[in-house]
Design a binder for this molecule. Sequence first.
Ligand SMILES: *Cc1c(COP(=O)(O)O)cnc(C)c1O
Length: 370
Amino acid sequence: MTDEAADHVARWVRPEIRALSAYHVPDASGLIKLDAMENPYGWPAELREEWAALARATAVNRYPDPRAQPLKDALRAAMNIPAAAGILLGNGSDEIIQTIALALAGPDRTVLTVEPGFVMYRMIATFAGMRYCGVPLRAADFALDLPALRAAIEAHRPAVVFLAQPNNPTGNCFDEAALFEVIEAVPGLVVVDEAYAPFTDASLLPRVGEWPNLLVMRTVSKMGLAGLRLGYLAGPAAWLDELDKVRLPYNVNVLTQRAAELALRHKAVLDAQTAAIRTERAVLHGALATLPGVTPYPSEANFILVRVPAGRAGALFAGLRERGVLVKNLHGGHPLLADCLRVTVGTPQENAAFLAAFAACLEGGTAGRG
Ligand SMILES: *Cc1c(COP(=O)(O)O)cnc(C)c1O
């Protein structure tokens, strides 16, 4: 039976899907979790109480409001989305990437992005049966390589270009003038992914509508609501009306709608948390820069990319885990990420624990290496 099933799978599941490995989420139980860019602060007690009352009053036997208009209105006000822009909601911004890919997919249609970058762009291009082109960033500073981008855009005429600003996993913001050049050179759509907007002053959201092919995508995940799964896309209504046809009707569930509305009414709480993370980011960066052989890259996000002494990323990652701290090992993911780890900025206590463990691992490794 199993063999027969395997035969069916081999015959019917597309080879490019069989070649993928599923998105891997490591077990973090008992560990200080600094691997996934989560906000380490939960909701204060009053907010939890308010949420409990709202949840009690929510009719889960009914389908959610498919348009989620109150939530869109709350987002427009809280995030200063321009009045002329349309809004589309997703079950996380990952789902929005998928919606865009499904709407634009076709033979010879290409998704173009930069590398190292957010891995879901490539995965979703594959799900949707699209071609994929990843243009390397500049090795020295992870800036956009404009000549390489221009050449790739000319060669592939991409249907859609995804650029994360700031970029994950490098943490830097791209030069705005360079972004504008890309927007103007691309024949198709450009999606600027502002997942880390709470941690930077850079944003193109106020400028949606200025280019006919620019959409700005955001998420509430990194600002402290990762468990809700809510992303939003802003841009010209002509684009969003078409994308909305591909969106599944009830993609944002009723509990998420109510909880996000509540959180946005108390946005000052989240703003204070993200401001604290920005402050802590500078402290953590400064401390990392004092460690021997370690290079922390500049970051405008809630994580820091760290280059460690050559050949030691795997052992340092494992040593940190043994000492109770989970970070992300990026070594092997892309040539430009050789010997790199990525650490999410946590609470001051978590960051101190990470730094102590990291320093201990670095010393231990030096002593033990032949
Ligand atoms: C985390 C992340 C996302 C995914 O956000 P969700 O809304 O949680 O799906 C999208 N883009 C980038 C660049 C990210 O780092």
